[in-house]
Design a binder for this molecule. Structure first.
Ligand code: GDP
Ligand code: IMO
Ligand code: MG
Length: 439
């Protein structure tokens, strides 16, 4: 029997919006208190930025917690892992002084994202033209299609070269047919793919584990875990704005299925939300701002994709969507980021309901047609002009910000426990919930 007495806490950190909420910064800060940090879904579509001592580091597949020395970082079975990209990321991090080879562990059940996934993603997006999803072109959708279609290749398969070769040849037959005949693209070179992947497998073989056993052992010993979500709840394959979503469960359920541990281990689920909203790619976005405000916000918040460099679409905070994310994930706390970016706006709007065909609605619609026709109903807050990036206590935040945060907490009924006021890991206030309750 496992004793739960005095055990350290295990956490899940999840994007509460359409991704890029600042999850990596929060993971980096919380990593200080944990022993293990694990990615459980997504792949190299993620762009997770950590800034420390004026140095910016962007992660795609490796957990952001790896910057903390001696912490074990995990890539779970729920990730679709691009091994070629992984080697590039390992090299980049090793050059930044990170001891990746001693800190990274990979599940042997992780599906491998192969070159044809990327080519098919790009070809499908090009073919869709105006109705494209606006994917990151990293091959994510096709890789998850193969996983669910039971034609995927897993990390463990690469340890059995003749099985891998046989399986790859049979799968590639169909992929190359599609690429050549349907999309008029060049086929992939199977021998090169086999060679590249077996070469990489040799380099990383010591990292690979049967993860449920590895995790059960560590957690039972009293080590604690932080599960790092990628993307966000509104990009979740089940709960997001389908089909303008990614192909994995970015929301809370993905943590258990993507790592191989039960929910009993988790104590807290934290949602990360910006003080406003952004979205990259296509799909409905009720609070999207028009010109010129969006350009100002994009510039001030440096809202350009960390993976693709695409300008992010910008809008006001949407409490209908945020409350929905709180329900889907059962957040025990919210971590608010980028409130500093709203400084010097004359006013700050927050969406409290949608107007749809003359009716007010406060539930996130499941229908994309309905959501596309929803117009935001705003509550307006007075702006503030002071620079808050250098203050040292949340008590010093302008009253306008305190009122804004208190309003969000009341609306979604989840305490805002951390407030971030800049890119650097030091620009953060913790244990803030009680402050806003007292306003
Ligand atoms: P993630 O995908 O959720 O990890 O977020 P990204 O890294 O894609 O994008 C968030 C961006 O906001 C990064 O450039 C962060 O360095 C930056 N950021 C995080 N928190 C804050 C904050 O409180 N204020 C400001 N100004 N920038 C922040
Ligand atoms: P992080 O983890 C923001 C978006 C893409 C597109 C849709 C599907 O940095 O928050 P995909 O390539 O996954 O098939 O694209 O999802 N998207 C993200 N948007 N942040 C991300 O990750 C994203 N990962 C995918 O722009 O709209
Ligand atoms: Mg990002």
């Amino acid at each position: 029997m496992v004793s739960f007495k005095n055990k350290k806490k295990n956490f899940i950190i999840i994007g509460a919006q359409w991704g890029d909420e600042g999850k990596a910064k929060m993971v980096d800060v919380l990593s200080e208190q944990v022993d293990l940090i694990a990615r459980y879904q997504g792949g190299s579509n993620a762009g997770h930025t950590v800034v420390t001592q004026n140095k910016k580091i962007v992660f795609h597949q490796i957990p952001s917690g790896i910057l903390r020395k001696n912490k074990i970082c995990i890539i779970g079975n729920g990730v679709v892992l691009d091994l070629i990209e992984l080697m590039t990321e390992i090299e980049y991090l090793e050059n930044c002084g990170v001891d990746v080879f001693n800190q990274l562990i990979i599940s042997d059940r992780t599906h491998i994202l192969l070159p044809y996934h990327r080519l098919l993603d790009q070809a499908r997006e090009n073919q869709k033209g105006g109705s494209k999803i606006g994917t990151t072109n990293r091959g994510i959708g096709p890789a998850y299609m193969d996983k669910m279609g039971r034609t995927g290749i897993r990390m463990i398969d690469l340890f059995e070269p003749s099985y891998f070769r046989k399986k790859l040849y049979s799968v590639v037959k169909e992929k190359n047919f599609l690429l050549r005949k349907y999309f008029q693209k060049s086929p992939i070179d199977v021998e090169k793919t086999i060679h590249d992947h077996l070469r990489i497998t040799k380099k990383i073989k010591l990292m690979v584990r049967n993860m449920p056993y590895f995790l059960e052992k560590k957690l039972s010993m009293g080590k604690n875990l932080l599960a790092e979500g990628a993307q966000g709840t509104l990009l979740d394959i089940d709960f997001g704005t389908y089909p303008y979503v990614t192909s994995s469960n970015a929301s809370v359920g993905g943590a258990c299925t993507g790592l191989g541990i039960g929910p009993k281990w988790f104590n807290d689920v934290y949602g990360v939300t910006k003080a406003y909203t952004t979205r990259v790619g296509e799909g409905p976005f009720p609070t999207e701002m028009g010109a010129p405000l969006d350009a100002i916000l994009r510039e001030k918040g440096a809202e350009f994709g960390a993976t693709t460099g695409r300008p992010r679409r910008c809008g006001w905070l949407d409490l209908v969507a945020l409350k929905y994310a709180c329900y889907v994930n059962g957040f025990s706390g919210l971590l608010l980021t980028k409130i500093d970016v709203l400084s010097s706006f004359e006013y700050v709007d927050v969406c409290v309901a949608y107007q749809y065909q003359g009716n007010l609605i406060t539930e996130m619609p499941s229908s994309l047609t309905v959501l596309s026709q929803c117009r935001p109903v705003y509550r307006r807050f007075e702006g503030w002009s002071s620079d808050i990036t250098k203050i040292t206590s949340a008590l010093e935040l302008p009253t306008q910000i305190k009122k804004y945060i208190q309003f969000i907490e009341k609306a979604v009924q989840v305490p805002i426990i951390w407030v971030s006021v800049g890119q650097d890991r030091k620009q953060i206030f913790k244990n803030t919930a009680s402050i806003f309750l007292k306003i």
